[in-house]
Design a protein around this ligand. Structure first.
Ligand code: AGP
Length: 614
């Protein structure tokens, strides 16, 4: 997934675009570039392979200035990451520049057709075909908007484009075709902005227009027009974003991931606020409308998600089934639509997605819609595709999550699933008012419990010193903490590149125990709960085979210290909320191991923040 930024106004576009790209670099960082329309001169382009810092150096050495421009930071799909394939791409006549997110599925056929007409291409990308098409239509006498619309109608696949024209250096053209990650127009005073994600332009404006599918926006410094690909004007809504610019900044932390780990007491408070009614012992979910009859009529819930969000879904199964007695299935977005799922109008399909733009999750939502299910989402980004296509939603209120490794979105998802369980439990008559009050009251202590773990965060640097050179880790959990073992392993592998597996502890004797040796640390989640004794026996089995155990234990548990090699402690927590607290030490462990290994924590190799390609 790539990052797109555009500016048109009275100020110099170059520094605004570079700063915007810096805030989007988490979306992809194989190469970067920008194009600026210069007064009475050609469109200037500067591009560099590698991180954004290299582009900034190039621009410093070869300055570029003008009042309108576009920029791009790339996560390579077609064409290796190098300067030649970096965006922006210029048409053969230098008339139109484009930056692009997504995949043009029919680009080979288009390229062959254009080459047969004598076009030669400067890159290996799919993107370049679109500016060749546009310049061909311009040469045939079409005006800019018509040429762009004609070219877009020939493009297949999910794509987002931003165009800059030499002939019309007063306007940007932004187009969205399918679920390739959003395009947002930011409205300023005598200036306007375009970006693929809100943080890129949040310091300039909070007034945002989210471009809907198959629409084209023409953006000048004083006006925004939105039309269909047939040229029909379309009204648009302006949203005011509640996030503050500081939230999208990293300081005073070393990494965004570190900042977001330490923000979790606050983000959990924010996601609870206004929903847990502590006065009356109830839960209110403003984004859902369900009558008790409809709630009773529900047959099952299917949770669909990817990666970390899928592991939140696995915890959600425990929460919704326990609190609301509603059967729950959990499936990966990338698998769901290929198994012909047995769902109908009595099914709720619940998507969990931080970005709201994960293409596998969106495709699964479309499948749910096609089969008549009720479509809900737990989503963080306002105006994202998932947010817009859902019948009902619960906003995470986690604030912008910039680090590629998801942390605060995960814990706010867990809290939202707990709130949803309480909400459905009351509607379905499963929770008595006393039981519901108890469940709501348990939430009141959660931010403080999380804060107590974070207070000891620095101690994990010492533990990382001991284990940073290990090549394999095993994470074991049972019951509601089995998904936490999966998530702990994912955190470690995606930022430190250490191989790590999460396993249900009871499965060890069915094979994985053969792996145990002193070289491979085993992280065992052994907090005081209903499966504590089983976890202790698991730890003893690992120790009997010379294994090394890092135990996650409840404060005050002195027995476990005699059995484990290292102990991470968490405060006593109500069992259904324990996953929220138990993941924090595993996030900190992964973070410090990655830092000690010198890894790029916020921009791990091969990854992007939101996967908008299949
Ligand atoms: C989590 O650390 C990963 N970055 C990744 O697994 C992520 O959770 C997954 O891509 C889903 O993203 P979403 O929540 O934005 O849909």
């Amino acid at each position: 997934m790539c990052g797109i930024v555009g500016y048109v106004g009275e100020r110099d576009a170059t520094p605004i675009i570079l700063e915007g790209l810096k805030r989007l670099e988490y979306r992809g960082y194989d190469s970067a570039g920008l194009a600026v329309a210069q007064e009475d001169g050609p469109i200037g382009v500067r591009r560099e392979a590698g991180k954004l810092a290299r582009l900034a150096e190039k621009v410093q050495a070869e300055p570029l200035s003008g009042n309108i421009g576009i920029g791009h930071t790339r996560w390579a799909t077609h064409g290796e990451p190098c300067e030649r394939n970096a965006h922006p791409h210029l048409g053969p006549g230098g008339q139109v520049a484009v930056v692009h997110n997504g995949i043009i599925e029919n680009f080979r056929a288009l390229r062959e057709e254009l080459e047969a007409e004598g076009h030669t291409f400067a890159s290996d990308t799919d993107t370049e075909v679109v500016v060749h098409l546009i310049e061909g239509y311009l040469a045939g006498g079409a005006d800019l908007e018509t040429a762009v619309r004609r070219a877009l109608k020939r493009v297949k696949g999910a794509n987002a484009f931003l165009f800059l024209s030499r002939r019309h250096p007063d306007r940007l053209l932004a187009a969205r075709l399918g679920n390739a990650g959003g395009l947002t127009v930011g409205l300023g005073d005598g200036e306007n902005f375009v970006a693929s994600d809100i943080p890129a332009i949040l310091e300039h404006t909070r007034q945002m227009v989210f471009l809907e599918d198959r629409l084209l926006a023409t953006v000048t410094r004083r006006e925004v027009r939105v039309e269909t690909l047939e040229g029909t004007p379309v009204p648009f809504e302006v949203h005011t974003i509640p996030w503050d610019p500081v939230a999208a900044a990293k300081e005073p932390y070393r990494h965004f991931m570190q900042k977001e780990i330490y923000e979790q007491a606050r983000s959990i408070t924010d996601t609870i606020r206004g929903r847990a009614d502590f006065e009356n012992g109830r839960v209110r979910l403003e984004g859902l409308t369900l009558t008790p009859e409809e709630a009773h009529d529900l047959e099952k819930m299917v949770i669909i998600a990817c990666g970390t969000s899928a592991y939140a879904g696995l915890v959600g199964k425990f929460l919704i089934e326990t609190l609301a007695s509603l059967p729950v299935e959990v499936d990966y977005g990338s698998e769901f639509r290929y198994r012909n799922p047995l769902i109908n109008k009595r099914t709720v399909v619940l998507a969990i997605t931080q970005s709201g733009e994960t293409v596998d999750t969106l495709a699964a939502m479309e499948e749910g819609r096609r089969k008549g299910a009720r479509l809900w989402s737990i989503v963080n980004v306002i105006g994202s595709q998932a947010h817009r296509i859902s019948d009902g939603h619960i906003l995470m209120h986690a604030g912008p999550e910039i680090g590629v490794a998801s942390t605060k979105a995960f814990t706010t998802s867990l809290v939202d699933l707990y709130l949803l369980g309480c909400y459905l439990g009351e509607l379905r008559g499963v929770l008595s008012s006393d039981e519901l009050r108890r469940r709501v009251d348990d939430l009141a202590r959660l931010p403080d419990l999380v804060g107590r773990v974070l207070d000891h965060g620095d101690e994990y640097a010492q533990l990382a010193q001991t284990f940073y050179d290990r090549e394999h880790f095993l994470y074991l959990g049972r019951g509601i903490n089995y998904p936490i073992a999966l998530e702990g392993a994912l955190k470690l592998k995606e930022i430190s590149y250490i191989h790590a597996e999460g396993y249900p502890a009871g499965e060890m004797k069915h094979g994985p125990i053969a792996l145990i040796d002193e070289a491979m640390p085993v992280v065992a989640i052994a907090v005081r709960d209903s499966v504590y004794d089983k976890m202790i026996s698991q730890i003893e089995q690992v120790k009997a085979r010379e294994g090394t155990v890092i135990a996650l234990a409840t404060e005050g548990d002195t027995d476990i210290a005699e059995k484990a090699d290292s102990v991470l402690t968490v405060p006593e927590t109500p069992p259904l909320l324990s996953p929220v607290v138990n993941i924090i030490p595993l996030q900190l462990l992964a973070y410090h191991l990655a830092v000690r290994r010198g890894c790029d924590v916020d921009q791990p190799r091969n990854l992007a923040k939101s996967v908008t390609v299949e």
